[in-house]
Design a protein around this ligand. Sequence first.
Ligand SMILES: CC(C)(COP(=O)(O)OP(=O)(O)OC[C@H]1O[C@@H](n2cnc3c(N)ncnc32)[C@H](O)[C@@H]1OP(=O)(O)O)[C@@H](O)C(=O)NCCC(=O)NCCS
Length: 443
Amino acid sequence: MSFDLQGFPADSEALATLSARGLAYRLVDTRDAAATDAWVQADFRGFHHARPRPIDLEFDRGMLADRRVHGVYDPTIADPAVPVATVSSWPTGLSVPGGRSVDAWAVSSVTVSPTHRRRGIARALMLAELQNARAAGAALAMLTATEATIYGRYGYAPAARSATVYVDRRRAHWVGPDAPGRVQFVDAASVREIAPALARRAVARTPGEIDRWPGLLDRVLGLHDPEGERSRSRRVVRYDDERGHPQGFAVFHVTREPNEPGVAEFDFFAAATDDAERALWRFLVEQDYVSGTRGLLRSVDEPLPWLLEDPRAITLTDVVDHLWLRVIDPVAALAARRYSTAGRLVIDVTDPVGIAAGRFELVVDDAGRAEVTAIDSAEAAASVKGARGIRLGVGELGAIYLGGVHPSVLARAGRISETSPRSIELADRMFASQRTPHLSIWF
Ligand SMILES: CC(C)(COP(=O)(O)OP(=O)(O)OC[C@H]1O[C@@H](n2cnc3c(N)ncnc32)[C@H](O)[C@@H]1OP(=O)(O)O)[C@@H](O)C(=O)NCCC(=O)NCCS
């Protein structure tokens, strides 16, 4: 998806709405260091972080050069150069069932200053992002949310969950197969060179992962701030297969309590093969002088319980919605993924914002490939008469899209209905994903 991030002006509707409230909505020129630094100050404050250091500002300037960045400015405040609201966004692929990637629009850095909250600023920004996503040709918009009550009203819904996995060291006895390669410590800078290609391969294996987060690898590897305390505590391990080819890496650190063993904690884990996945897990759970291993943002469906003698060594906590999707273009989104069963289904979508509303015919062949047609004529409507069909809102479509939520569960919740008998059952089978969707990072 090639797209000029600065190639079109700020959304006119947001501009008008906010201007009526005495506020200026602006596309930030990320080549302007002062304007970008002021925006970063507001973003840090919005998420209750400490003030950014010069090294943080420098890093964020580089990262934001790859994003479309908007701020909302109030000319009447003490420091009018600092925005009272922020948002940034960029195009990226999202892995879908079947191993392909769909063009999506990642939305991040949504903050509104506590001095300006609940005046509809976030609403104006979020609606504008749907238009940006459309202008970029994205099939979906997506985000990760600090709170689960914010984004449903704009048509987003949780599509992939994540969990914290804790493994008790004393009970972690490995019974899984040995991987034929080996795990070794490597320095972060050497992994940086191979990481993008490796991460892309890893991401393609799991629906729900995204393939582009400008700056992410530098951050997880601690390269943005090599002498910072957090970066220095990080250790990087790489798995090489039996031919010596790197197939995965993980970044972890060991927490330290006075006179207590620590916990080996990791927040980045990329495995391009099953061997790499098993070998890295084994390395991480078999640390000495720790009381356990904690994996953040892990899948709710890890193979780990089947690799340990005692599956109760594992505790899953913080099982939460993590990836939120908002369908923008139902035809492109539905056609991008593969399906688990052949069939024909008519999908009626309602959308309060109007962007994705319509009737669509989904025809899936024996290989799971889809053909999707918008039913926008009387003739087309006649041709699908009597076909199995479901009715749902745009949020529900986002929820079932990756196969992480069964349509029948949403039907039981009264959020999807069928237009003919056994349509929900067919939808369950078609939308199922062989691999549970999962997103392993925040963005
Ligand atoms: C979340 C946030 C951006 C909302 O900004 P805001 O300008 O106050 O929101 P708006 O005034 O546009 O509110 C729009 C709607 O969302 C609701 N809403 C906003 N924030 C909400 C929250 N945190 N929880 C529940 N509802 C919320 C409002 O009540 C309003 O509802 P309505 O449309 O039914 O009237 C702001 O609270 C914030 O900066 N929070 C801290 C940073 C953060 O968590 N950002 C989200 C990153 S994922």
